[in-house]
Structures are given as structure tokens and as C-alpha cells.
Write a protein that binds this ligand. Structure first.
Ligand code: SAH
Ligand code: SF4
Ligand code: F3S
Length: 435
């Protein structure tokens, strides 16, 4: 049996699309392996959101080149970096056989056939980035969690971000199709549905028929059985009172909301084109904490955006303290060619970015630790994901607030909701006993 490997970089959307690639290759008769040295086909599913993401990919292509020399492995590059580079990627790396945009995944059988017929002519398929891709199953195959892309692309054009350029205009998947996919996953036993989009809460705007994210959540919440609904990423600007009420009213919707802040300075937020200021953001965070007691809030923050002064950075620290995030992804601003911020004056020195990132991480790590410690002695409901990788006698699971919990228990608990009495709280993991 021929073997194929898929290496995934980047965000949940890429993880979802890698699952689609895997399903297509399996249907074509390939066995799926993690071992690139034993593969006849390797797809790199790439990211280009920051410069570091691209650098990793160069290294991997180099490694694949030598494997190709030994066993004729077909090298496919897909994802956002492939979409951005197009044919240029083949000029730079002649070993690459296929360059393919995420929306062209459905063409894999044709592209592979064409390469197998003529190994000398690489193929590039990066068209249709503004079309809704065909439906392909994206089951992770773990039987507990499944993700559904509810919208593709982004119209926000945050000044630092390359995503709208590589993922095209925002287009929503019809509600009916999402509901059907969710029903299928639930029937198969999945207990967690992760809704994906670059801006999930502007879902439906392009459909022009009154469809919105609140309505979608309501409809999903009505599906029978016990399960959790999660979603990433919403945009702070697109939370309506109606949407917040729907979330507050339905316990199936996970008690963890990702609220990307990016900066705490109103002046910088304006330069970023984020559509909200410091006070509006804080009001939103407060409203969530008041409406839904015990809710966890997580965020994304960029330090060193062009023009960021010490005073702006202090505003970011201030919002972080006040919003008391449970967790945060923190990044140094990275110049992306073609974006508006790349052309802005006031680019910040690396040393200053590094120093600000370190200070921000210090503050956030203390908050994350405090947030975990609040679980001491509490009873929490946990969705069991299966044995811990490090210690098979321990099971791992997550709370609705997305805290990782480890406890001693048998493997057959996988996919079940259990109550755990928390005994020990580390910053990133809680430990407890099943009751
Ligand atoms: N659509 C999602 C995810 C965007 S990419 C959202 O809007 O939340 C994930 C995160 O990467 C962003 O939230 C941002 O914090 C960060 N990011 C995007 N472009 C960046 C850049 N040029 N430099 C540094 N971080 C960036
Ligand atoms: Fe990028 Fe902004 Fe769109 Fe998120 S909302 S993908 S940060 S442009
Ligand atoms: Fe990266 Fe593309 Fe996701 S640039 S973060 S893989 S949308």
C-alpha cells in the first residue's frame, strides 16, 4: 500500500483542512503515516501569519528534497504560504511537485494523477480563493472532537494581517450544511464540535438572508444529547447583545470565549483597523464576566506594532490586568509583505519587541496561574479525551472553560463527561480524582 504523510503548521483551520486531505488520500487508497521517510506523497500544510512560520517550512522542504531523491516521494505544499507564493515556490524549490491553495484540496486526485503521469512538470492550483470549497469530511478521527469550518476567508483587513490576502473574501457555509455535518459527528459519538472561521461572529453577513452566528448557535444547541460547542475566532466588534444572550442561555456552549485583544491602546487599535477602543473592549470583557459567572476569557496580543510607544504598551498591560485573561497567545509583531502595517513608519526594534513580550508574558503567566488556582478543591465536569501521552494510567480531559485536567482512570472513559474533584493546580494543568 502506498503511504502518505501530512504535516500541519498554523491554526485550527489548517488542522481541519489536513483532516480533509487525509480523508481524500485514504479514499484514493493511500495509507496515512507520520513517517515522512516512509511516504510516497507528503503534503506540507503551511502557515504564513508570521515570518517564523515560513522559515520552518524552508527547512522542511530541504529535508523532503533528500527523501525525494531516495524514494521519489511526491512533494505537495498547500496552506496559506503556498497560496501566497504560488508558482514562485517552485522557482525557489524545484523539488516541489504540487503547490495548492487550501480551497483546491478537492482537486488532489487530479493533481496527483497529473504528477504521476509526468514527473517533470510541477502543478500549481491556487485559483478560486473566493469560492466556497466543496464539502469534504474533516473528522479528526479521535471520536471525541470534530471541527466544522463555518466560514472561509476574512474581510477585516487588520493592518498587520496577511490572512485576508491568502484566504480570500469571507464566505459562509449554509446553516443547513453545518447542521447536517454536526448531526453526523454527534451520531458517530463526538462530544465536542469546534466551529471555525477567521471571524466566526460575522458569520452569515454575506448570505444576505438574515442568517447570523447567534441563530446558528441556537440551532446547534437544539441538537439532542450532551455535547460542547466551541468556536474560534470571534471578533470583539461583532458581539451583539443577542449573541451574548444566546451564549449565556445555553450550557452546551463552552464557558471559554476567545476575545482577541491585539493591543490595549485605543491609538494603536485604530492604526490596526480593529474597530474598537480600549474602553469598549473592557466593557465587553466585563459584560461577559457579569452575564456568565465563571466564564474563562482568552486572547491574542501583538507587541511592537509600528508606532507602539511605551505608553501604548502600558495600556495593553492595563487591559490584560483588568480583563484578567485565563490564557493568552502573545506575539511580537512580524512584518508581512503586502499588508498596510508593513508600509507604516515607526517600525519597532527587535530588542524593544522582545523586552515588551517578556514583560507581557510575566504579567499573563501570573494571571494564568491565579486562574488555575481558583479551581482548588472544586468539583468540575470534564470531557475525557483519552490516556495522557506521558502516563497511560492517567486520563486527560478538559473543562467547559478549557482547562486541562489529569486524573487516574480507565481508558473506557474516553468521550464521556465525568465529575472530577480538583486536588492540585499547576498553571497549565489541574489534577484531581474522579467521583
Ligand atoms: N482570525 C483570527 C486569527 C488570526 S491569526 C483572529 O482574528 O483572531 C492569529 C493571531 O496571530 C492574531 O490574532 C494575531 O494576534 C496574530 N498575528 C496576525 N498577524 C500577525 C503579525 N503580522 N505579526 C504578529 N502576530 C500576528
Ligand atoms: Fe487577520 Fe484580522 Fe481577519 Fe483575524 S480578523 S484573520 S487578525 S484580518
Ligand atoms: Fe496561518 Fe493561514 Fe491559519 S496564515 S494562522 S494557517 S489562516
Amino acid at each position: 500500500m502506498k503511504q502518505a504523510a501530512i504535516l500541519t503548521y498554523g491554526c485550527q483551520m489548517n488542522v481541519n483542512e489536513s483532516a480533509k486531505i487525509k480523508n481524500i488520500l485514504e479514499k484514493m487508497g493511500y495509507g496515512i503515516t507520520e513517517d515522512i521517510y516512509a511516504s510516497d506523497v507528503v503534503f506540507l500544510n503551511t502557515c504564513t501569519v508570521r515570518e517564523g512560520a515560513a522559515a520552518q517550512i524552508y527547512g522542511k522542504i530541504g529535508e523532503l528534497k533528500s527523501i525525494k531523491r531516495d524514494r521519489g516521494t511526491i512533494i505537495g505544499v498547500t496552506g496559506c504560504f503556498a497560496q501566497e507564493q504560488g508558482a514562485e515556490l517552485i522557482r525557489r524549490f524545484p523539488a516541489v511537485d504540487i503547490v495548492m491553495g487550501n480551497q483546491n484540496i478537492g482537486q488532489i486526485p487530479d493533481l496527483l494523477t497529473s504528477i504521476l503521469k509526468d514527473r517533470k512538470n510541477p502543478v500549481v492550483a491556487i485559483q478560486d480563493e473566493n469560492r466556497l470549497p466543496g464539502e469534504t469530511e474533516a473528522d479528526f478521527g479521535d471520536g471525541v472532537s470534530a471541527s466544522i469550518a463555518i466560514s472561509y476567508g476574512c474581510d477585516n483587513f487588520c493592518a498587520y494581517c496577511i490572512v485576508p490576502y491568502v484566504r480570500g473574501r469571507e464566505r459562509s457555509v449554509p446553516v443547513k450544511s453545518i447542521l447536517k455535518t454536526a448531526e453526523d459527528y454527534l451520531r458517530k459519538g463526538c462530544k465536542e464540535i469546534l466551529l471555525l472561521g477567521q471571524n466566526v461572529n460575522s458569520y452569515g453577513k454575506d448570505l444576505g438572508d438574515g442568517t447570523n452566528f447567534a441563530g446558528l448557535l441556537k440551532a446547534l444547541g437544539r441538537l439532542p444529547g450532551e455535547f460542547l460547542i466551541r468556536f474560534v475566532s470571534p471578533h470583539p466588534r461583532d458581539f451583539t447583545p443577542e449573541l451574548m444572550d444566546v451564549i449565556a442561555a445555553d450550557e452546551k456552549i463552552a464557558r471559554c470565549i476567545h476575545l482577541p485583544l491585539q493591543s490595549g491602546s485605543t491609538r494603536i487599535l485604530k492604526r490596526m483597523n480593529r474597530g474598537y477602543g480600549k474602553e469598549e473592549y473592557l466593557a465587553l470583557a466585563t459584560a461577559f464576566r457579569q452575564k456568565i459567572p465563571g466564564i474563562a476569557l482568552t486572547t491574542d496580543i501583538i507587541v511592537g506594532f509600528p508606532g507602539e510607544e511605551e505608553e501604548d504598551f502600558l495600556d495593553t498591560l492595563d487591559v490584560v490586568q483588568k480583563a484578567a485573561f485565563d490564557n493568552a497567545f502573545m506575539f511580537m509583531y512580524s512584518v508581512r509583505r503586502g499588508t498596510r502595517a508593513a508600509e507604516m513608519d515607526g517600525q519597532i526594534e527587535e530588542e524593544i519587541k522582545k523586552e515588551r513580550l517578556r514583560r507581557l508574558m510575566d504579567v499573563q503567566n501570573r494571571l494564568s496561574k491565579k486562574s488555575s488556582e481558583a479551581y482548588q478543591g472544586k468539583m468540575v465536569k470534564v470531557l475525557v479525551e483519552g490516556p495522557s501521552k506521558k502516563n497511560k494510567a492517567m486520563q486527560t480531559g478538559r473543562t467547559s472553560t478549557n482547562k486541562i485536567v489529569l486524573f487516574a482512570g480507565s481508558e473506557d472513559l474516553k468521550g464521556r463527561f465525568v465529575n472530577i474533584h480538583i486536588q492540585t493546580c499547576k498553571t497549565w494543568t489541574l489534577y484531581g480524582n474522579i467521583t
